[in-house]
Each structure stands twice: as structure tokens, then as C-alpha cells.
Design a protein around this ligand. Structure first.
Ligand code: ZN
Ligand code: ZN
Length: 343
């Protein structure tokens, strides 16, 4: 059984007693939460706040007609995929939040859901800057028709749907693994494509947004991985080795799907991202995510990231990503100019 969080619980403490099936008054006091990492994570998420239309697309618009047909086709397919994943993610995170009996974790989930909405805004914004409305609408329909996309999306949505249809600790934990696949692996071949464009000084504004999305997703992965691990720690009746094994197996399968997708959208078309290196990079990332969940690596032989250059684009917090128009980590630009009232 999995119980929904009560709207109010008069006799329960503000700091919750457990992540699932626990008790919490449902009042949120950031200085009185069960998890010391929750408030720093919240502050981090706020510090990363960004708005797509603050990023000037005029250079990308100039370069767009100069991209090859292959580049344009991959660009559009990847945006189509990301738009699907982020849409689903907005809804799933809200559903998961209902079962977190911890006001600080459900609050983090709401912020996460908001960020997914911003991610979707960026895809609409990028496409509306580059292509006609009718083409944009077509791109947002790709997920319905492209067989490779359908296969990998179904892999995730089946896992999410099992939880939605029958919320219990088992479907809850498994859906968390699918979540980490979505946010921590299924974006990454697409990210690599955009970073490779940026590396060649192409479509840098779009890649800046991808970089911001990447930064958000890394925090999302941390949040879900923590919930997964701590739920297992808090519930000794749940079979930890079984769920670890499930995570390893799921990441092995997910990596195969991501590799198939990588062949589909990247293949041998882009000399900067040799497909064999990209395959190994995907296996390396699958290992990394499995480890974050406390599970064994699905590909123990893949210990090194073969796309060394990507680190500088991807690991925003290491301060190497000066390729993009990075904003300071403390978001302070609040004015009428960017559409906000004074706070
Ligand atoms: Zn997202
Ligand atoms: Zn996310």
C-alpha cells in the first residue's frame, strides 16, 4: 500500500517521519525538515532559475539556413523528443509528489515540475524562432510517428503508467528508476548533438538553453536518486538487492534504446561525435546513473568517458562552461524589462 499525503495532519510533526507512508503535518518549514539536503537543493534550484526568451536567438536564426539538411533534421528530431520527455515529466512529478509524505520533498517536486514547464517553453521558443508555425507543430508530433522514438518513450511511459494505475511501494520505486533513465540518460545523446554544434560555433543560443536544461536535470536526478535510496533505507521490508538489480537491468536495457536512438539521429553523420564513442559514452552514463541509485554498473568495463570534450559543456558547476552566455548562479535580474514585477 502507498498512502497519499494528507492535506493536514494536526498531530504529526512538521519534519516528516518517512518519505512514503509516513506522517507529516504538511506544513513546510525549510529550517525543520527531515532531510538536511532538501533546503540546499531548493536554493540551488532557485539559483539556477532562467527564462528562455532572455536568450537572444538572432545568431541562431542567421545560422539555421546554413546548417546541412542532416543537421537540421537531427536538430528537429531531438527537439521533438525532448519536448515529449519534458511534457511527460511535468505530469509524472506531480503524481509522485502526492505520495511523498514529506512537505519538503513534495515542495521540491513542485519546483521540479515548474522547471520542466520552462524546458518545454524553451523548445517552443527555439522552434518559433527558427521555423514556421506549421513546421513547429509537425515537430511536436514526431513522437507519435517515429518508431524508434515510440519504442524508447514507451519504455518510460509503461513504467510511469504502472505506478499511476496501481501506486504501491514496488511500482513507486520502479518508476523512480525510469525517472532517472529519462532525466539522466535519455537526454544525453541529444545533448551531445547540441554540444557538438556549439563546439563548432553553431547554434550557440540553442545550446545555451540545452546547457541550462542539463544543469536542471542533474539536480532532478539527484533528487530522485536520493528518494530512491532513502526509501529503501527507511523500509527494511523492501528487498534492497532486488531493486538494485532492477536498476542495473533497467539501465542496461535503457542504454540499448539510447544507442539505437543515437544511431537514428547521429549515426556516422557528424565527425565530432564518432558513433562508437557515443555508444561508449551512453554506457558510461548508464553506469554513472546506476551507481547514483546505489546499484551495480550494467557495463563494468566502461570506466571512462570517451567524449572527453563534452565534460566542459556538460558539467556546468565546474566553471568550465564559458562557451555559453552563462548567467551568474545567483539570479538577481528582476525588473520590469524581463517581465517581472518588483518582488
Ligand atoms: Zn526537463
Ligand atoms: Zn527534469
Amino acid at each position: 500500500m502507498l498512502e497519499k499525503r494528507k492535506l493536514v495532519d494536526l498531530d504529526a510533526p512538521n519534519a516528516s517521519t518517512a518519505i512514503i507512508n509516513g506522517r507529516s503535518s504538511n506544513v513546510l518549514n525549510w529550517d525543520d525538515t527531515a532531510h538536511p539536503w532538501a533546503y540546499p537543493m531548493y536554493k540551488n534550484m532557485l539559483a539556477n532559475f532562467w527564462i528562455p526568451n532572455e536568450i537572444n536567438m538572432s545568431n541562431d536564426l542567421k545560422q539555421w539556413p546554413e546548417l546541412s539538411d542532416t543537421e537540421q533534421a537531427s536538430f528537429k528530431k531531438i527537439i521533438g523528443l525532448l519536448a515529449f520527455l519534458d511534457s511527460i515529466q511535468t505530469d509524472y512529478s506531480g503524481k509522485i509528489a502526492d505520495y511523498l509524505t514529506d512537505s519538503s520533498l513534495s515542495a521540491l517536486m513542485q519546483v521540479l515540475a515548474f522547471q520542466e514547464v520552462v524546458h518545454n517553453q524553451s523548445y517552443s521558443y527555439v522552434l518559433s524562432s527558427l521555423v514556421h508555425q506549421s513546421e513547429q507543430e509537425e515537430i511536436f508530433e514526431y513522437w507519435k510517428h517515429d518508431p524508434v522514438l515510440i519504442e524508447r518513450n514507451t519504455f518510460i511511459t509503461d513504467g510511469y503508467q504502472s505506478f499511476i494505475d496501481d501506486p504501491n511501494p514496488d511500482s513507486f520505486l520502479k518508476s523512480l528508476v525510469y525517472d532517472v533513465v529519462l532525466e539522466g540518460l535519455f537526454f544525453y545523446a541529444g545533448f551531445a548533438f547540441f554540444y557538438n554544434l556549439a563546439r563548432n560555433n553553431k547554434m550557440v543560443s540553442t545550446s545555451t538553453m540545452i546547457n541550462y536544461i542539463n544543469r536542471d536535470e542533474q539536480i532532478h536526478v539527484n533528487l530522485f536518486a536520493r528518494i530512491f535510496k532513502e526509501t529503501l533505507d527507511q523500509n527494511p521490508d523492501l528487498d534492497k538487492p532486488y531493486y538494485h538489480e532492477f536498476a542495473t537491468r533497467t539501465f542496461a536495457e535503457a542504454a540499448e534504446l539510447e544507442i539505437k536512438w543515437a544511431h537514428h539521429i547521429i549515426g556516422d553523420h557528424f565527425p565530432g561525435i564518432p558513433i562508437h564513442d557515443l555508444e561508449d559514452y551512453i554506457r558510461f552514463m548508464a553506469n554513472k546513473r546506476s551507481k547514483q541509485l546505489g546499484a551495480d554498473k550494467p557495463f563494468p568495463d566502461y570506466k571512462k568517458n570517451p567524449l572527453k570534450w563534452i565534460r566542459a559543456y556538460q558539467e556546468v558547476d565546474e566553471g568550465k562552461s564559458d562557451f555559453f552566455e552563462q548567467k551568474s548562479r545567483q539570479y538577481t535580474k528582476v525588473s520590469e524589462d524581463n517581465g517581472f514585477d518588483e518582488l
